[in-house]
Design a protein around this ligand. Structure first.
Ligand code: GLU
Length: 289
């Protein structure tokens, strides 16, 4: 029996899929086919202010047009907020997260006052905070002040002891060659694990779902490489298994810039409308000659 191989494409319906998404989806799908494994589609729609039903529907149309097939039912994160809440509660119970009432502006000001304490991290400058005293926190809660939950990197280190320094994740090439990467989640500072608006975060929901869905291989763009450092820590703190990672190259425009929402011509919808067949996408992505 070959080892199970389960991978996924996990888009957020905040815009139309473009060539960069197509590359991710096809890479994961092809890897699952090559390994005789499973391919999962997951809709990461926890950000209710940015997600739109028309983008959600377009994901299904575009991927079907590309010829991809995925398992049903498709998991939609917005339907599982209680589960992410329970995962957050596990971190609260272990004393690893704290409420942060600060606004973005206050954080930015604090960082400006002490910039040497705040090197750049993957999500902006690192911020290390601290919980409020009990009375102050009570007052803020009574006043209905919104708050995020931050993971205290200092507490996480103390909690894990030497296991923190031993944390690592496996990065694999498409041919299966593996490298162990030492995880350095501290590059995020005290990362936000549950946002003020959504009550969870991409990091928490994605790590939770990958484990729940039995994902063995996380295949996604190089832009999320750093996230793996934090994800590995969350897996450890939540007693979840660690998948293998394959971070693939990013698709750029002619000027070498990463594709983004502004690149309307690179959306799959626009390419389809222009009458190009799906093979044209594979050709443009360098996946077939
Ligand atoms: N939902 C994320 C995005 O659209 C991708 C998450 C992942 O692959 O881990 O950027």
């Amino acid at each position: 029996m070959p080892a199970p191989f389960v991978t996924r494409f996990a888009p957020s319906p905040t815009g139309l899929l473009h060539l960069g998404h197509a590359f991710s989806a096809i890479t994961a799908f092809d890897a699952a086919c090559a390994a005789g494994g499973r391919f999962i589609l997951r809709i990461e729609d926890i950000d209710r202010t940015r997600c739109r039903p028309e983008f959600d529907a377009a994901i299904f149309d575009d991927l079907a047009w590309l010829g991809l097939e995925w398992e049903e039912p498709v998991r939609r994160q917005s339907e599982h907020l209680k589960e992410y809440d329970d995962a957050l509660q596990a971190l609260i119970d272990k004393g690893l997260v704290y409420r942060c009432f600060k606004t973005r502006k206050e954080i930015a000001e604090e960082i400006t006052r002490a910039p040497h304490f705040a090197p750049a991290g993957p999500e902006g400058q690192q911020y290390i905070g601290a919980p409020l005293g009990l009375a102050d926190e009570r007052a803020m809660l009574d006043a209905g002040a919104p708050y995020a939950w931050r993971l205290s990197i200092k507490t996480a280190k103390a909690f894990l002891g030497t296991a923190y320094d031993a944390l690592s994740f496996t990065e694999e090439t498409p041919h299966g060659e593996r490298r162990m990467i030492k995880a350095t989640p501290e590059i995020f500072g005290d990362a936000i694990i549950a946002r003020k608006d959504s009550g969870t975060s991409y990091h928490l929901a994605s790590v939770y779902d990958d484990a729940l869905q039995g994902v063995t291989h996380v295949i996604r763009g190089q832009d999320l490489y750093h996230a793996a450092h934090l994800h590995r820590l969350l897996q450890r703190l939540l007693d979840l298994p660690a998948p293998v990672y394959r971070h693939h190259r990013l698709i750029t425009d002619n000027a070498g810039r990463r594709l983004a929402k502004r690149d309307k011509a690179a959306t799959l919808a626009a390419i389809r409308k222009a009458g190009d067949p799906p093979e044209e996408i594979r050709r443009r992505l360098g996946l077939i000659a």
